[in-house]
Design a binder for this molecule. Structure first.
Ligand code: AMP
Length: 216
């Protein structure tokens, strides 16, 4: 069983790795960014509430996120093959909330993988990358145009609003200000392993596989 919390700055390849790992190991993949983007696209009440925050590259409030995630976290108990969190926790209070729920429900503790990528590489990767409207795949800048079919699944490719350069800078700032604290809070409770995020997606997946095979 693999229970994994995948962390790392925006553009570190979290989403790509989360999709690859969850598909290959049949893990329950919970991506908070994708849940929120889907709400915006479907114009739900939640979508209206969070649209501006997503566009600015800031973080949705902890109260709203915990409200959204508590049920999902409680249900992780039933995942026989394991589960993978992608994009949560992003703050120290969310990390505390996660630990409290997993402990209370007696859920097997996760291993935390922190994907490490230098900042210059992140800015280069994010500006202009294309994401598929199904939310599971990304295509690098220059490999396709907006509206082209995703090479992996055929859904339309689009440029995420928050992948514009000014927003990318804000997302990185928020990562340093808030999400590094979340990681620090998890170090005290779970095993945290840094994974080199440079190289091809397949190379990073292989590094992760080696860590998880050894640890779980
Ligand atoms: P991601 O796809 O993980 O990069 O998330 C995209 C955006 O969704 C982030 O920049 C935040 O605005 C929002 N978001 C995703 N997860 C969280 C979270 N755990 N807490 C607060 N905001 C979040």
């Amino acid at each position: 069983m693999w229970n994994v919390v995948l962390m790392g700055p925006p553009g570190s390849g979290k989403g790509t790795q989360a999709t690859r790992l969850s598909e290959s190991r049949n893990l329950r993949h919970v991506s908070t960014g994708e849940i929120l983007r889907r709400a915006v696209r479907s114009r739900t009440e939640l979508g209206h509430q969070v649209e501006g925050v997503l566009q600015s590259g800031g973080l949705v409030s902890d109260d709203l996120m915990m409200g959204l995630m508590s049920d999902a976290l409680t249900r992780l108990h039933d995942q026989k093959e394991g589960w993978l969190l992608d994009g949560f926790p992003r703050t120290a209070p969310q990390a505390a909330g996660l630990v409290a729920i997993l402990t209370e429900k007696g859920i097997v503790p996760p291993i935390v993988l922190n994907i490490v990528v230098p900042e210059e590489e992140i800015v280069e990767r994010l500006s202009g990358r294309l994401t598929c409207s199904d939310g599971n795949h990304v295509a690098p800048k220059g490999s396709a145009l907006e509206g082209d079919p995703c090479p992996e699944c055929g859904a339309d490719l689009y440029i995420r609003n928050d992948d514009k350069p000014e927003t990318v800078r804000n997302r990185l700032k928020v990562f340093h200000e808030k999400t590094e604290e979340a990681l620090a809070a998890l170090v005290d409770v779970y095993r945290v392993v840094d994974v080199d995020g440079l190289g091809t997606p397949a190379q990073v997946t292989e590094r992760i596989r080696v860590v998880l095979e050894a640890a779980c």
